[in-house]
Design a protein around this ligand. Structure first.
Ligand code: OAD
Length: 234
């Protein structure tokens, strides 16, 4: 196998499932409980901002009770030990990678614990509810929205992600169904660039066929096992 120096890791809801955070597309998942068009589009927010704020306020409050699991800790250990480039691109809006100690984390779909002021365009750390329209800490305007990327909006920092992929020798996808682009297309970008690709997921995903290798099992088991292997130089 060619020596691995630079790694890009994509994570999705599956890595936080064992921390008790619902995934989106499993039976009983978030998109069965709520319609995307009601809570996760700019149109929904314009139509019924209270409903959207209530949905995100609830989720923001609930992640504070959740804890990182062994998969998050294993990636944090890899991040601390890895001397080459490493980027953990997460589609998750929870803060469990950071709370586990990972530093090289990019939130492409935004973060629950930030609010975005659509008046002054500043993103501020935010822990409380937004439904009562609190003022922006910077400009005092009451125009805060959740700093999460909704359907129909452009994910964050795509240039950085593609730049990291171009430098990478290994692309690893963890706990994501491969249903939502552009993240679902990273494996195809990696293949075009000639990069080795590995999937770690509970079950076969929509994207499995694109990967050189898929290892199936719960993230809390397969991720620490893979990290141990990489750190041994395997
Ligand atoms: P999904 O709910 O679509 O997929 C979660 C994946 O994790 C599935 O393939 C599951 O099989 C797998 N999984 C579940 N439990 C697992 C476990 N314990 N260990 C490992 N894998 C497990 O979630 P995402 O792929 O993250 O976007 O969804 C992508 C995007 O769609 C989200 O970021 C969100 C959503 O709509 C926006 O809101 C913009």
């Amino acid at each position: 196998m060619t020596e691995i120096r630079n790694i890009v890791i994509l994570t999705g809801a599956g890595i936080s499932a064992e921390s008790g955070i619902d995934t989106f597309r499993s039976a009983g998942g978030l998109w069965e409980q709520h319609r995307v068009e009601d809570v996760a589009t700019p149109e929904a927010f314009a139509r019924d901002p209270d409903l959207v704020h209530r949905f995100y306020d609830m989720r923001r409050a609930s992640i504070r009770e959740k804890l990182p699991n062994p998969a998050h800790f294993a990636l944090a250990e890899l991040d601390a030990a890895w001397r080459g480039n490493l980027l953990i691109v997460t589609q998750n809006v929870d803060d469990l990678h950071t709370r586990a100690g990972a530093r090289r984390v990019l939130h492409m779909h935004g973060e629950h614990l930030k609010a975005w002021c659509t008046s002054c365009d500043v993103r501020s750390h935010w822990r409380g509810p937004l439904i009562d329209r609190p003022p922006c800490p910077i400009c005092q305007s009451r125009s805060l929205r959740p700093d999460v990327v909704w359907f129909g909006e452009m994910p964050y920092r795509m240039g950085e992600i593609y730049g990291a992929l171009r430098e990478a020798d290994l692309f690893v996808s963890i706990g994501t169904s491969g249903a939502v682009y552009p993240a679902a297309g990273f494996v195809q970008n990696a293949r075009e660039l000639g990069i080795r690709t590995l999937e770690l997921n509970l079950e076969e995903s929509q994207g499995s066929r694109w990967f050189h290798e898929s290892r199936l099992g719960p993230a809390s088991e397969v991720v620490p096992a893979w990290v141990a292997e990489v750190l041994r130089g395997g």
